[in-house]
Design a protein around this ligand. Structure first.
Ligand SMILES: [Zn+2]
Length: 489
């Protein structure tokens, strides 16, 4: 039966092919006009030969970023951060170097990624370590740099013109533009806006689930070695400013090997084993479960006649399902949301579906309601400083340790009898237990533990399958950030 259907489809295709005439169909027009736009763009960017010969680009830039739905407070204006970036690409040698230095959300970073063909390294200047990348991928790693560098997008169009369609003509910034598509080696298609008069790229757009519409603006063109590069760049996510880039220097067709050198004075360390991809359940202590996979974990605490769930990251329904294999009948009566960031409120609909009461602080109410399936019927319990569950046999405290450099309010779960603390986003805990110098957020967590007088023995978190000891926290606090390497090569 199946075979018959396939046969009839291919017969249909054959038939259709024979009916295509010289007349310009919509798809044919889309391909032809895209070709015209690409040719005009190549001309505007210094000519087809110049773009074909554009083999390496090195740029230093200053980034201003906005932490949309990831700021200390729940609404705009979003926290503004800055960072320095250096990126260099060499297509023939499939070499890419990307360095980043800055801070945001209570984290400092200073590191780089180096890809040389099928070898790659992750460098943390802050921790003073180098880690070999298991599966280096030149296309994936260099993609973000190509997407913000107009001549490199034009080079992509030159090499991949068969992927391009003309979508139409639109007004942008008061000027008529042609919009054509580009499908890069990795990721969803881009729609590129070329000015009909200058033939330069003004804008690029793509839809990136789950973030939504990502919109790139290329401004302030300046010619470098006969090729126009935009000196400033803006990225919007769902119409909200996300990144502003001010390019400080651009070098074209110069060797980049010296930038791609892996620092020899840093310690080579083994990469942490990847996190499990299938949901795993760990019983940390009797009736206390850490359940999750792939970077998102929740803690379930068994009380006398119900369960309290802590954490709202991705995949709560699957984590509840895994819990049900060991705790079959007790209802989940409470779901504790650690904070308001968009990756930590995904569990709200899942707890609502369980008919659970969601615990949060009053200030985060609008975010919780917005995340719910039905905003009005969401049951909320506000935590003021502390909320205590005590059924006579087990005590569980929900404590607001805010403000922290990450969030004005942050709820942690504390089991005083067992000495177990659950936290989110304040204590990076790699699978191999290899601690890096404590981040500002971690220092604040340690302070709060002291202030509240918590005799912590074990720490579990929203992003790691590893149960950490209090010694791990102390080790991170004892390590100092290594003072090496400027962002400038
Ligand atoms: Zn967060």
């Amino acid at each position: 039966m199946k075979k018959l259907i396939i046969t009839s489809i291919s017969a249909g295709l054959l038939l259709a092919t024979s009916f295509v005439s010289a007349e310009e169909t919509l798809p044919l027009q889309a391909v032809n006009r895209a070709g015209e736009v690409i040719d005009a763009a190549l001309e505007a960017y210094g000519g087809a030969e110049a773009i074909a010969n554009l083999n390496s680009v090195a740029r230093k830039s200053h980034f201003t970023t906005w932490a949309t739905n990831q700021s200390r407070s729940p609404g705009p204006p979003w926290d503004e951060n800055e960072q320095w970036n250096f990126a260099a690409i060499d297509f023939k040698n499939e070499t890419f170097v990307g360095k980043n230095k800055g801070s945001g959300g209570g984290y400092d970073f200073n590191g780089s990624q180096v890809i040389k063909g099928d070898e790659g390294w992750q460098v943390s200047y802050r921790a003073g370590t180098v880690t070999q990348i298991a599966e280096p991928d030149f296309n994936t790693t260099s993609g973000p740099f190509i997407r913000v560098t107009a001549p490199l997008l034009v080079k992509q169009l030159q090499n991949r013109r068969q992927t391009s369609h003309w979508l139409g003509e639109v007004e942008f910034d008061g000027r008529p533009h042609d919009v054509i598509t580009l499908v890069m080696e990795v990721g969803p298609a881009l729609s590129l806006y070329f000015d009909k008069e200058t033939h330069l790229l003004s804008r690029s757009e793509r839809v990136l689930p789950p973030f939504g519409q990502v919109d790139y603006r290329f401004t302030n063109y300046e010619t470098v070695d006969g090729i126009p590069f935009s000196k400033t760049f803006k990225l919007y996510v769902n119409d909200q400013p996300n990144i502003y880039i001010d390019i400080k220097s651009t070098k074209v067709n110069q060797p980049i090997e010296k930038y791609a050198a892996v620092p020899e004075d840093l310690k080579l360390v083994e990469a942490a084993p990847p996190q499990p991809t299938e949901v795993e359940l760990q019983e940390v202590k009797e009736g206390i479960f850490l359940v999750g996979a792939a970077g998102t974990y929740a803690m379930f605490v068994e009380m006398d006649d119900h369960v309290v769930a802590v954490g709202g990251t991705a995949g709560i329904p699957e984590r509840i399902k895994a819990l049900r294999e060991v705790v079959e009948d007790k209802p989940i009566k409470f779901g504790v949301m650690t904070h308001h960031h968009n990756d930590h409120v995904l569990g709200v609909p899942a707890y609502q579906a369980e008919d659970a009461m969601v615990l949060t602080v009053k200030e985060h109410e609008p975010v919780m309601r917005a995340a719910a399936t039905d905003a009005d019927s969401l049951k909320l319990q506000f935590v003021e400083d502390k909320y205590v569950f005590d059924d006579g046999s087990r005590k569980l405290e929900i404590i607001d340790i805010g403000p922290t450099p990450h969030s004005e309010h942050l709820l942690v779960a504390w089991l005083p009898e067992e000495g177990i603390l659950f936290e989110a986003d304040h204590f990076p805990n790699p699978t191999n237990g290899q601690m890096a110098p404590a981040q500002p957020v971690t220092k604040r967590l340690a302070e709060a533990i002291k202030e509240k007088g918590l005799d912590v023995k074990l720490i579990v978190g929203a992003h790691s399958p590893r149960v950490a000891s209090i010694d791990d926290l102390h080790r991170a606090l004892q390590l100092s950030p290594v003072k090496v390497a400027q962002i400038s090569p």
